[in-house]
Design a protein around this ligand. Structure first.
Ligand code: GLA
Length: 359
């Protein structure tokens, strides 16, 4: 199938946006904190033309699903909710959006914590920007995409995924201060790349667990009398909080400090240690890991050539990311064999030669 098969004419334009993997700084973005994502090679492409009637028509090549929007007061579900959300937030920002034909194709794995939704939102907004010549910059694209996710997909997410999809590339790490949106493009640590492996466990509790963690962090910040947990630097301060808020807050404070340490410049070994510490904190203090992720991380951490590993994204299933030495062959297959021997079905999502291949 292609655009012409579905809509009976050629598309006018197309735009793409990548998925992302977060190396460090997990569950910090909705606490005004710091993150370190990079783009992955997989991306989502959106093709557009003007619709010939008063309705929007969306088609997903991956799902082979067509959705026509008849009633604008009825938000669609699934992939269409993201596309529709992007159109609606543009309207709310004051732009006039005509009815559109939208064709979506994606290589970003879904449900693995690699931001397939942000890639869809950013690609959709880029395509509409191009079609209608809208004066929107890349940061505004990320902000509109985040609004679409919050209001039309129901996830109270931070801004990391959309900023990464809009601004990151696969050759660098993007440092982002999610409060000020100040950012820096960092090189990968010397002669390293990343490896991303899916645990094979779907992120069943991701939305409910995520929104609950976010509420706990807000409560902790209120308790401590700060605007956001980003405003606490010393983890000792969190000891005054009741359970489990003390541990939730301790994760956020220590995680922010880990990212800031990387910003000072660290060796691959130290970067890896910080990733390992991040996983322990996500597992024990933040409680967003599951046994499959812990097993996969443990195997990765014991493998030669791996500097460090952790779950990535919201958790509750999904993928793990590892920092590995460039040019170490067989790391990925060795890890996968051991993981599968433990009774799971993992999958390599980003092999260790695709990111930072210019190094
Ligand atoms: C999801 C959210 C992000 C971020 C991560 C956890 O990917 O969309 O905003 O909060 O979880 O770090």
């Amino acid at each position: 199938m292609n655009f012409q098969h579905i809509f009976g004419k050629l598309s006018e334009i197309q735009a793409s946006a990548p998925g992302r993997v977060n190396l460090l700084g997990e569950h910090t973005d909705y606490n005004d904190g710091f993150v370190l994502p990079t783009a992955i090679p997989q991306h989502t492409t959106v093709q557009l033309s003007f619709s010939d009637d008063a309705q929007h028509h969306f088609y997903s090549e991956n799902l082979q699903e067509r959705v026509s929007i008849l009633d604008i007061h009825h938000t669609p579900s699934g992939f269409a909710s993201y596309v529709f959300g992007c159109i609606e937030v543009l309207k709310q920002a004051g732009y006039t959006i005509p009815s559109l034909n939208v064709y979506v194709q994606s290589s970003v794995p879904m449900g693995s914590g690699l931001s397939s939704s942000a890639a869809l939102e950013v690609a959709t907004l880029r395509a509409i920007r191009q079609l209608l010549h809208l004066p929107i910059d890349d940061v505004e694209i990320a902000q509109l995409a985040q609004q679409a996710e919050i209001h039309y997909a129901g996830v109270q997410c931070g801004i990391m995924d959309q900023m990464a999809s809009s601004l990151a590339d696969t050759q660098h790490i993007l440092f982002l201060d999610t409060r000020t949106l100040e950012r820096r493009v960092l090189p990968f640590p010397n002669k390293t790349t990343i490896l991303v492996i899916d645990s094979g466990v779907p992120r069943t509790l991701a939305t409910s667990g995520y929104n609950q963690r976010r509420a706990e962090c807000q409560e902790a910040a209120q308790f401590l009398g700060v605007k956001a947990l980003r405003d606490i630097n010393d983890a000792k301060v969190t000891e005054t909080l009741p359970e489990p808020l003390n541990r939730r807050a301790r994760h956020v404070v220590t995680e922010n400090n880990r990212v800031l340490e990387v910003l000072q410049g660290v060796t691959p070994k130290r970067f890896g240690e910080l990733m390992n510490a991040s996983h322990t904190s996500l597992r024990d203090d933040y409680e967003v890991s599951v046994p499959a992720l812990d097993t996969l991380v443990q195997i990765l951490q014991k493998t030669a050539g791996v500097f460090g590993a952790r779950l990535t994204g919201a958790g509750f299933g999904g993928a793990c990311v590892a920092l590995v030495a460039l040019g170490e062959e067989k790391t990925a297959t060795q890890v996968l064999e051991q993981y599968n021997d433990a009774g799971y079905t993992g999958q390599i999502l980003v092999p260790d030669f695709e990111v930072n291949h210019a190094a």
